[in-house]
Design a protein around this ligand. Structure first.
Ligand SMILES: O=c1ccn([C@@H]2O[C@H](COP(=O)(O)O)[C@@H](O)[C@H]2O)c(=O)[nH]1
Length: 250
């Protein structure tokens, strides 16, 4: 029995590949995340197989547009059966409020999730963007803004999940990508396989165990499962780490 807290990022170009990989992993998953690559390539078909298999979909389109455009996109995502839909918290108050209201009006089957600070950004990136705050403080500010508009689910890195939990309390659902496998024998240390080669773009990372121990509700994992020699074993092991961390929290 899975914890239901592991979200697999099905980052594939091909729907059949995404379907095959995700269905093999399904016993260990809470949701499958359909992101830009698959959705831009395949449109609604990117989700239909998951709906048929009873695998809830986290539709990660990170909407960032004017309020009227976002609320119409929310309608379309609800019609496709998405269980969760991401919008950028930086889209501002009105966009966030209207996205939440539209999802509620459309039957409340789809949770609006606000993305705070992308896990691929660090202090230097924020400075370049003219943001005079550390990722932790900026994520807290964006999350508070979104929470005050009615958003109750958030994407953040494992590095600020504890801060957001204190800021937002138990009502918030905290979802953390930037999860990397642990180095055997070195609890807490992450094995960021691609980083030595410069091919892994995640900058604010932790293990699934640490993310959950710090208060995350879900962990999102893509490449460490997708590219593993044995993806099912990788997912099973990540879900076991989640289980142990949850037990440690109780
Ligand atoms: O801040 C964010 C928001 C979303 N993501 C998405 O999560 C997965 C992570 O994949 P990995 O291969 O495990 O790095 C990916 O689909 C991103 O689009 C994120 O990483 N950070």
């Amino acid at each position: 029995m899975s914890t239901g807290r592991l979200i697999f990022a099905a980052d594939f170009a091909d729907v059949d590949e995404a379907r095959r990989a995700s269905l093999a992993l399904q016993p260990h998953l809470g949701l499958v995340k359909i992101g830009l690559e698959l959705f831009v390539g395949a449109g609604p078909q990117a989700l239909s197989w998951a709906r048929e298999a009873g695998l809830p979909v986290f539709l990660d389109l990170k909407l960032h547009d004017i309020p009227a455009t976002v609320e119409r996109a929310v309608d379309r995502a609800v019609a496709l059966g998405a269980r969760m839909l991401t919008v950028h918290a930086g889209g501002g108050k009105e966009m966030l409020a209207r996205a939440v209201r539209r999802a509620e009006a459309a039957g409340d089957t789809c949770t609006i999730v606000a993305v705070t600070v992308l896990t691929s950004l660090d202090d230097a990136d924020l400075t370049q963007l003219g943001i005079d705050a550390k990722p932790d403080a900026h994520a807290r500010r964006l999350a508070r803004l979104a929470f005050d508009q009615g958003v109750r689910a958030f994407v953040c890195s494992p590095e600020e999940v504890a801060t957001l939990r204190v800021e937002l309390g138990p009502m918030a659902t905290l979802i953390t990508p930037g999860v990397r496998p642990e180095i055997p024998g070195l609890p807490g240390a992450t094995f960021n396989a691609g980083s030595a080669k410069g091919s892994d773009d995640q900058k604010r990372v932790a293990t699934a165990r640490d993310a959950i121990a710090r208060g995350a509700d879900y962990v999102v994992v893509g490449r460490p499962i997708r590219d593993a020699a044995d993806p099912v074993a990788a997912a099973a092991s990540l879900d076991q780490s989640v289980r142990e961390a949850l037990a440690g929290r109780a």
